[in-house]
Design a protein around this ligand. Structure first.
Ligand code: ADP
Length: 345
């Protein structure tokens, strides 16, 4: 049975450490959904996962699976499957024996084990590999066996800690697709830890950004890029893009570009964020069209990187490779309200 995960006010300080690794981390993963915990190295992601898995005990807070606190239960009583960066298969066992391991420990009958192992090896695209020694497999194949092993007992929760980061980039892309398909079949509530923003947005329906042990934002992938909650989140997600100082008030933002319309209700001194790819060159009916002068055009082959000035502010934007723009051209730029994020500096 797929189970919801509740992480409530979790604090953790390692023995002897002067600063906490996790600070009041609160997070809900509804049953059957996928959340990625995304953050830079050292932000506390693995610590969080190991607490949910039962491998570490937090200094404060609670972890509930399907509504019940599990902090006092050992890992094997928590109804979860775990996959780490390294597959950690038993090298002396065959692939089938590795996948069957948990089921055998539970005393599942042989016929049922055989059926489930065959079903899972099909699902991870390794049909017929059951009799091989796990040591004969490539890294990607071993990680697929680790996924099958984690899911064998139909756990309510699947925990993944950087499961693909030891694989090469092409393979990582394939593994994301495989994981999504596996989730559709198996349905285990999934908590996925990664430092890779593309991986997070590919595999999860919700992303929790963890910075310095704190939840900095919790949002669907598209919202995260459009509306980063803080400048630190925007920077971590790959540069803040354009950050324009000004004052927000009741649906407006007053700045050197003029008065822009906002979809958010932020108020006070703030930075307006907009990604280069979200700025549209040319006129547009309605608000948020500003006059600008092109100051630089760099042809990247696949697109143009453009610099423009408006109201004394330099803006970065990108367009398709065929846009007929030259330095010195006067143009209009549309800043779509749905793509304007406002953060406190
Ligand atoms: P991430 O997975 O985001 O890279 P970690 O959870 O591994 O982050 O680590 C977060 C912080 O906790 C780091 O500063 C790390 O040095 C510290 N840390 C991790 N494990 C231990 C440990 N066993 N003892 C002391 N400090 C630790």
């Amino acid at each position: 049975m797929t189970a919801d995960i509740t992480i409530a006010d979790l604090d953790h300080t390692y023995p002897g450490a002067t600063t906490p690794t996790l600070r009041r981390v609160t997070l809900e993963v509804p049953a059957g959904t996928r959340t990625a915990v995304l953050g830079p190295s050292g932000s506390g992601k693995s610590t969080l996962l190991s607490i949910v898995a039962g491998l570490s005990t937090p200094t404060g807070g609670d972890v509930r699976l399907a509504g019940h606190s599990v902090l006092h239960q050992p890992p094997h009583r928590r109804d979860l499957g775990v996959v780490f960066q390294r597959p950690l298969l038993f090298p002396h066992l065959t692939v089938a024996e590795n996948v069957a391991f948990g089921l055998r420990m539970r005393g599942t009958n042989r016929a049922a084990i055989r059926r489930r192992v065959a079903e899972l090896l099909d699902a991870v695209a390794l049909p017929g590999y059951g009799k091989r020694r796990s040591g004969e497999l490539s890294g990607g194949q071993q990680q697929r066996v680790a996924l099958a092993r984690a899911l064998a007992a139909r756990p309510g929760v699947l925990l993944l800690d950087e499961p693909f980061s030891a694989l090469d980039p092409q393979l990582r892309g394939d593994m994301r697709v495989l994981l999504t398909e596996l989730h559709r079949r198996e349905g285990s509530t999934t908590l996925f830890v990664t430092h890779d923003r593309d991986e997070a947005t590919d595999v999860a329906d919700t992303v929790t950004v963890l910075l310095d042990g704190r939840v900095a934002q919790h949002a669907p992938p598209a919202d995260l890029f459009r509306r980063p909650a803080t400048l630190a989140v925007a920077r971590f997600l790959g540069g803040a893009g354009n950050a324009i100082p000004g004052t927000a008030s009741a649906g407006h933002f007053d700045c050197p570009l003029g008065r822009l319309r906002l979809d958010t209700d932020h108020r006070g001194a703030a930075l307006l964020l907009i990604r280069p790819a979200a700025i549209v060159v040319g006129d547009h009916p309605g608000d948020n069209v500003v006059p600008a002068t092109i100051t630089a055009v760099t042809d990247r082959g696949t697109h143009l990187d453009i610099q423009a000035t408006s109201g004394g502010i330099t803006l970065q934007l990108t367009t398709g490779p065929a846009a007929p723009l030259r330095p010195g051209d006067d143009t209009l730029l549309w800043l779509p309200p749905a793509h304007l994020g406002v953060v406190t500096p």
